[in-house]
Design a protein around this ligand. Structure first.
Ligand SMILES: C[S@@+](CC[C@H](N)C(=O)[O-])C[C@H]1O[C@@H](n2cnc3c(N)ncnc32)[C@H](O)[C@@H]1O
Length: 244
């Protein structure tokens, strides 16, 4: 090897070493101040990027970090029944169905909305999703879930994303109370409104519903704070719940 080649190797090795040392030092010293997650949350919400988010072309009104989190939960929990209250265009139901199709266990997605006029045909075409047009708090919905539990025995992943008023979310949580069992997962979405930290003037919403439910049934759920905190912000603060 000539002297020039040796020199080049030495220079490149020094550069790589400097990069490794600088990266390690900056990870240690260049720490967040504690407000970045909240500021990003406000930016994310207030720019409405969430309602321009699509899953394979179908609107899906979520934070993409939450969607990734749900993918991880679905893979770990492997539910046989997914219950979604609030379908909108059907993008989130389609996302859940696609993830579960890859997970590979038999499953059904039940997606309930008071109006299915806006449903995208790409979502309705999926044979693993059952769309029902109804208010989510109708007793008939509880009866349908009972039936589906018999057809698809196993874990349940339920996600509340319909009317974001406190009373409605509380009613949904109470409807699900006798239907969920230990180990099932409940996601209460949009608990970020009413100042947690967005839309401070909203009025009591999902966050307050979770608090009221907890006061009445303190032993029902454990907060999955590890997943909740994982990506720095979530549209579902306090809303990652595992049934005890
Ligand atoms: C935030 S959107 C759902 C977004 C959807 N999950 C997604 O991620 O793309 C809320 C939906 O809840 C529905 N909704 C409102 N009140 C409802 C009720 N009482 N029961 C069921 N759905 C309701 C609305 O029609 C609307 O489509």
């Amino acid at each position: 090897m000539d002297i020039k080649a040796v020199g080049r190797i030495a220079v490149n090795t020094a550069k790589s070493l400097r990069r490794v040392v600088n990266s390690a030092a900056s990870i240690f010293f260049y720490q967040p101040t504690g407000t970045e997650g909240e500021e990003y949350h406000k930016w994310y919400y207030n720019t409405f990027v969430w309602n321009k988010t699509t899953w394979l072309g179908v609107e899906c009104w979520k934070s993409v970090a939450d969607m990734w989190n749900y993918q991880e939960i679905l893979f770990d929990v492997k539910p046989s029944l997914i219950i979604e209250f609030g379908s909108n265009r059907g993008g989130s139901a389609l996302f859940f169905a696609h993830i579960m199709q890859r997970v590979g266990v038999p499953f059904k997605v039940l997606s309930v909305d008071i109006s299915h006029q806006r449903l995208d045909p790409a979502a309705t075409a999926d044979p693993d999703i059952l769309f029902i047009e109804s208010s989510s708090i109708e007793p008939a919905i509880a009866d349908r879930i009972e039936q589906l539990k018999k057809e698809y025995p196993g874990r349940i992943f339920a996600i509340l994303d319909s009317d974001h008023s406190k009373d409605h979310v509380l009613a949904e949580m109470k409807l699900l109370r006798p239907l969920l069992s230990a180990g099932d997962y409940l996601l209460v979405e949009d608990s970020c409104v009413n100042g947690h930290p967005v839309l401070p003037g909203w009025g009591p919403g999902p966050y307050e519903a979770i608090e009221t439910y907890k006061a009445e049934f303190p032993d029902d759920y454990t907060h999955d704070t590890e997943r909740e905190d994982k990506f720095g912000f979530t549209f579902a603060p306090n809303g990652f719940l595992i049934r005890n």
